[in-house]
Write a protein that binds this ligand. Structure first.
Ligand SMILES: [Zn+2]
Length: 168
């Protein structure tokens, strides 16, 4: 495998992909904030510097541009007719990187939610944001219930032990 980019070039490519304050990302942020969610931005210690980090929900939200991140089956994503090979390689690399980042985050106990730019177009925006809130609440309840089940489990096993004694 040949590496055609210098470190500097790669840095520029990556930073343009992860350019801050892109409009779709702002839209999601504003919505979350107005809905009462609190978050951190571009958390540097986490893999992939997630766009939005909701600690309370152990969730990272990525707002992905359909072209740069190669949104499969998307109307907004069309491979350019010139330099196709170049773009294809670049996009494949980004996609692989996204998968790696998600795996790393998952291994650290983080959930990831990906919102695609095309899902934020006016006709789909409400539905996307509504399902974002739904997913976050679901994750929160699940995280919470894991803790509760652990406590219940302990109480249950001691109750069983008592029952056994009674029947002996
Ligand atoms: Zn898309």
């Amino acid at each position: 495998m040949s590496n055609r980019y210098t470190k500097e070039q790669l840095y520029h490519i990556m930073s343009s992909i992860h350019s801050k304050d892109t409009k779709p990302e702002l839209l999601v942020r504003r919505f979350l904030w107005n809905s009462g969610f609190r978050y951190r931005l571009n958390h540097k210690q986490l893999p992939g510097k997630p766009d939005i980090v909701l600690r309370r929900y152990k969730t990272c939200v990525f707002v992905n541009g359909c072209f740069w991140h190669g949104h499969e089956g998307c109307d907004s994503f069309r491979m350019p007719k010139t330099n196709t090979d170049f773009w294809q390689k670049k996009i494949i690399k980004n996609r692989q990187r996204d998968i790696l980042v998600q795996r790393k985050l998952a291994s650290m106990g983080w959930h990831t939610i990906t919102i695609w730019e095309c899902e934020l177009k006016s006709q789909r925006r409400d539905e996307t944001l509504r399902s974002l809130v739904y997913t976050l609440n679901h994750i929160f309840l699940e995280n919470y219930s894991v803790k509760r089940y652990a406590v219940l489990g302990d109480a249950e096993s001691s109750m069983v032990a008592e029952d056994v004694n009674e029947y002996c």
